[in-house]
Structure formats: C-alpha cells, structure tokens
Design a protein. Structure first.
Length: 165
C-alpha cells in the first residue's frame, strides 16, 4: 500500500500503514458529488452490513478529492450517513494531491457557474481493495451491488483462511 498521512473526521492524523493486518477498502470522492460517490459509498456501507461477522477484518476509507470544501468537521457530519466503521480523510490541498498522484486518481474540476452551487469534479470512480500486506487485490466499479461486493470480499477472506490451514 502506498503510505500517506491525512486527517480523519475527528481531526486525528491517520497513516494508512496503521491498518496493516486488515483489508483496506478505499474510495476517493467528494461530499457534494451528486452521483457516483453517493451510490458507491451507499453500496459499500450496505456491503459492510452484510459482512457483519467480518467487520474486524476490513477498514473502509473515504478520501476526499475536494479538501477545500471537505474539512474534517464537514466530513464528520457526512460520515453520519455512512457505515459507522468508515474512516473519512482530508488534508491540505497539497497533501490530498500527493495521495491522488500516488494512487493515480484522475480528477478534473469544472468551476461552478450560475447553474451550480458547487464545482463539479470529474474523477476516477473505482474502489481499491488492499490485503493485509498492502497489496492491491481487487478494484470495484460503481456498478457493483452491495451483495456482490460483500460476497467478493468474503471470498477473499475464505481464500486467505484456506492458505493458512
């Protein structure tokens, strides 16, 4: 996993390396996104409910691509709509840009005009699943259902269990 440190919804500095030993599911987006971000985060949250017995093995993380708007305090309010296990992260524009570059996240900001309240940000829409060693094992796109997402992650857990036995 490509290490970084950002600030969570409670104002605490968090490093991705602290989650080693767990699977980590990362989604990049922004809170005022009117489409794919809400759908993907809802699907991940519902998948986590389905995976109830395996929640100690996975850490879901949402990283904003719009740190100017998505401050820690703003993310704290936003996180209330997500599964309680979610960690939401932000930082300075420079910190977030560095993370986006490490993960090769595409983004393009369309400045707001009189028809929009907020700028529109075109961006990558994949969720990244890393194993306990920080190796990328799977990418999920926005079309994945919560049930399929949960089943695919649980299947990886089962494969891991078989290797250990």
């Amino acid at each position: 996993m490509w290490d970084f440190t950002l600030t969570d919804q409670n104002g605490v500095k968090r490093s991705i390396s602290e989650f080693r030993g767990n699977y980590v599911l990362i989604y990049f987006g922004y809170t005022s996104c009117n489409g794919v971000c809400h759908m993907m985060l809802r699907n991940i949250s519902q998948a986590l409910k389905i995976m109830e017995n395996n929640l100690d093995r996975i850490t879901p993380i949402f990283i904003t691509i719009n740190p100017e708007r998505d401050t820690s305090n703003h993310l704290k309010n936003y996180a209330k709509n997500l599964h309680p296990k979610f960690i939401t992260l932000t930082g300075t524009p420079e910190q977030v840009t560095a993370v986006l570059e490490k993960y090769k996240i595409y983004q393009f900001k369309v400045e707001a005009d009189e028809t929009m309240l907020d700028p529109l940000i075109e961006h990558s829409t994949l969720a990244y699943l890393f194993d306990q060693e920080g190796v990328l094992v799977k990418l999920f796109d926005q079309s994945i259902s919560p049930t399929r997402l949960a089943n695919e992650v649980k299947a990886l857990f089962e494969e891991e269990k078989k290797k250990l036995n």
